[in-house]
Design a protein around this ligand. Structure first.
Ligand code: ZN
Length: 247
């Protein structure tokens, strides 16, 4: 099965459209979304529609949770909070019901993966996995070969070998790995709509269960168009500026 994993879309329709087109060319058969469909960007409803049409396995992100009132907005910085409040004014009742229904984790033993937005260690707290220790904390709760996460918007792969001794972390491209020899692998798939690894191109991952090949790929998209929409919506200008530098 060719699994396509995307996440942290953040209401960026142009990035999402480019990523979905690339994933269709990659012959993706099963879609996974690691949370944060909304927040920051100008097209929350259209992005929700696309994710729902894909029939993706989806988990709850912290921005999704905040928009539906399941997470206090004190948690967020000013710009994120302003975007969450703006997003609430845009969503349809069906969007709120959909976001409110999302699970915090999904485990698919048949397809060898788990999905959570931040960490399997207290998923509702939305902790980050940025270090080996944080990866170990999450992996203690991981029962499948792979776990896909987002949240930091920075691609990374943490692999525990079959003998359970040590860990290998990959933080720089190329992200092209065979994970068949590992006992567990934690994969941050990067962000579709607001990459923060100084690469402005939208990110997504592919995982093939037939040969255990894992890749994280990048796709360019029309950034000036999204920036113009962010400014026209009255969202904070910094949310437009950062897209051009990938931060
Ligand atoms: Zn996010």
């Amino acid at each position: 099965m060719r699994i396509g994993i995307l996440g942290d879309v953040h209401s960026n329709l142009e990035a999402l459209t480019a990523v979905v087109a690339a994933m269709r060319e990659d012959k993706v058969e099963h879609w996974v979304q690691v949370g944060d469909i909304v927040g920051y960007g100008p097209d929350p409803c259209a992005c929700i529609d696309i994710i729902r049409e894909l029939g993706a396995t989806v988990c709850m992100g912290n921005h999704d949770a905040a928009v539906v009132g399941s997470l206090e907005t004190d948690y967020f910085n000013t710009y994120a909070r302003m975007a969450i409040e703006w997003t609430r004014t845009q969503l349809r009742r069906s969007d709120l019901e959909y976001l409110g229904s999302l699970p915090y984790t999904v485990v698919r033993p048949d397809l060898e993966y788990t999905v959570v937005h931040g960490s399997l260690h207290m998923p509702k707290q939305f902790g980050y996995v940025l270090t080996m220790v944080e990866a170990i904390e999450s992996m203690r709760h991981q029962e499948t070969l792979a776990c896909f996460v987002g949240h930091s918007h920075v691609p990374a792969v943490y692999m525990v070998p079959e003998d359970e001794h040590g860990m290998r972390a990959v933080h720089t491209p190329p992200f092209e790995l065979n994970i068949g020899d590992a006992s567990r692998v934690l994969v941050n798939v990067g962000s579709v709509g607001q990459p923060r690894d100084e690469n402005r191109n939208a990110a997504y991952a592919l995982f093939d269960t037939s040969n255990h090949e894992l890749q994280i790929k990048r796709v360019p998209y029309d950034i000036p168009k999204v920036q113009a929409k962010i400014r026209a919506a009255g969202l904070p200008g910094v949310l437009a500026d950062r897209l051009a530098i990938g931060l």
